[in-house]
Structures are given as C-alpha cells and as structure tokens.
Design a binder for this molecule. Structure first.
Ligand code: 13P
Ligand code: SF4
Length: 309
C-alpha cells in the first residue's frame, strides 16, 4: 500500500469516527482530493457546507472558504488542516479602504467576490463567485453603481459582459496565480497545438480572456470538455485542476497555460496535516478551528445568503 493510501484510509477512518465531512477545493493536491467526500469550486463547496448534515467540516482549501462555511453553519465545527492557507488577493482589500470607497460613492452597492474576509463580507450587499458573478451583477438595475471587490480582472470581465463599464468601480486587487498568465505565451502554446481549445478562469487578465474560447470557474472547466469535440485543451488556471480533468477525460490532453501557475496557499494542505488535525494525538484542535465573531458573521451571512438565493 502506498503512503498516500495508508494516510487516506486513516483520514477516512477518523472522519467516520468524528462525524466529519471532508471538503476539498479543485486546486488541492490530488491525494487530498481523492480522500475528500466532496470536491468543487467555491460556489459548490459553500452550498455543500450549508446543506451537509455532519457536525464537523474539515475544509481543505483556503481560509476564506472555511470562513464562508462557518458563516453559513455556525453550529458546526469548521477545521482547516493548516490555517495559514490564506488568499493573498482576499488580503488586498481592507475594511478601512472599503469604507472610504463606500463613503466616496454613497449610492453604490457593494458586490464582493467570495475571496474576501468575513469582515469585508460584513460590509457587502451581495457576494459572488467566479461561477455566478455575471448573473449577480445583472440582478441590479443597469444604472446602479456597483463597487466590486477585490479582483480587478474578474470585475473588468463582469463589467464588459454586462455592459456596465461606466457604473462598476473596481477594487485593484488580483490573484498572483492568474494575473501572471500572458496572451503571448498562450498563443505560442496554441501555435504548437493548433486544434486546442483555451479555457480561462476569469481571474486572468483581459488579454487572456479575450483570446479564450471559454471563460468559466474551475468546475465550469471540469464540465466543458463533455460538450466539446476538441481533443486538446489549454487550461489557464491553477495547475491543480489538471488532475481532475485528466481523471474525468483520460482520452483528452490538458496543457497548463503556465507550469508556474501554482497557488502555494492551496498546496499548504497535505494529507499528513489533515490526518493530524483529526487524529487522537492532536491535543489542541482549536488551533485548527475557524470561527467568526457573531456580529460580523450575521452581517456577512446576509451577503452570502443573498448570493445563494
Ligand atoms: P473557483 O473554484 O470558484 O473558480 O475559484 C477559483 C479560486 O481561485 C479560488 O481560490
Ligand atoms: Fe487566492 Fe489565487 Fe490562490 Fe485562489 S489561486 S487562493 S484566488 S491566490
């Protein structure tokens, strides 16, 4: 038995014993994804976290995702194998900065990407994910001013898709993994693979989205090949997604838009840490617990629930 198989077995045993559901984002390490009860994009995982009956959630992802699970289900214990797994883009927007922008635009509503802290969600009218950002913005009247935080690339994409470039005010944050893709490099890959289809995550720059055949969330990319006759796909997102793509479509070829597209925070979670979090020897589980102060949670919940509705 491989080391991974033994650890996965131990993790599954502990999870069953302690009434734990294991959720893993699509960027997690393959061996972590394989041990999870559910994998998915940010939207799917928040829906699962809200509906799942287990009393404990072990969240294999980054901090804002575990926080969102707690916001939705405060009666549950939400644990992370490594709480240092944050999202640098989420940290690019501060409460003071957002309040200042709101004061400058008192007639604007705030739409926040879920890649934000609970404190920012508490200052937000409605959250969105990469899977539903266009739909959420479209719910507002065409002339409604919208402050969009924190991702300038997703914000720019949504503004163009909805024809609201004049009414959306974009926070200038970015995801270092997606913002690093370059159209010129991708064009070289395309030239070498002439019949390939380019799938790009909307956290990528405009120059990349403009040449993409499909722009969608991570789970959108997992579904897309099913509807396409193409044999080769260039994938402009974190390389963790290629594992599941390869598993789902073993007869297709998936090429990373850049081999450097790795999110170190997503990779902080390992099987060893997941086992240690749930193991009997682990004497201080609080070290892994993610909680949000109640007054902030209640305000943040309103923004998350509006999204899910
Ligand atoms: P999605 O899985 O929701 O597309 O999110 C991408 C991401 O960067 C999460 O950190
Ligand atoms: Fe944040 Fe980008 Fe990493 Fe996702 S991939 S957690 S957006 S830094």
């Amino acid at each position: 038995m491989s080391d991974f198989a033994a650890l996965q077995q131990e993790l599954r045993r502990l999870a069953a014993e302690r009434d734990v559901v294991i959720l893993a984002h699509n960027y997690q390490r393959p061996e972590v994804q394989d041990a999870a009860d559910h994998t998915g994009d940010s939207l799917e995982l928040s829906r699962i976290a809200a509906a799942d009956p287990h009393s404990v959630i072990l969240f294999c992802g980054v901090h804002f995702m575990a926080e969102t699970a707690y916001i939705l289900s405060p009666q549950k214990t939400v644990l992370m194998p490594d709480k240092r797994a944050g999202c640098p883009m989420a940290d690019m927007v501060t409460v003071a900065g957002l309040r200042k922008l709101k004061a400058e635009h008192p007639d604007a509503v705030v739409v926040s990407y879920v890649n934000t802290s609970a404190e920012i969600k508490a200052e937000t009218d409605v959250c969105c994910t990469s899977a539903n950002a266009v739909q959420i913005v479209e719910r507002f009247p065409r002339d409604q001013k919208i402050i969009f935080v924190p991702d300038r690339n997703l914000g720019d994409y949504v503004a163009r898709q909805t024809g609201r470039e004049d009414t959306m005010i974009l926070w200038q944050g970015w995801c270092h993994v997606h913002d690093d893709f370059r159209a010129a490099e991708i064009e070289e890959l395309r030239a070498a693979n002439p019949d390939s289809v380019l799938m790009a995550h909307p956290e990528s720059r405009r120059e990349v989205l403009e040449i993409a055949d499909v722009v969608t969330s991570t789970s959108g990319m997992l579904r897309y090949p099913e509807t396409s006759d193409a044999r080769t796909f260039i994938v402009a997102t974190e390389t963790g997604l290629l594992y599941k793509l390869g598993k789902l479509y073993p007869d297709r070829t998936f090429i990373p838009a850049s081999k450097q597209a790795v999110c170190p925070n997503m990779k902080r979670t390992t099987l060893e840490k997941a086992v240690a979090t749930l193991s009997d020897e682990w004497d201080d589980v609080l070290e892994h617990e993610v909680v949000v102060p109640e007054p902030i949670r209640v305000k943040a919940l309103a923004a998350v629930e509006r999204m899910l509705a």
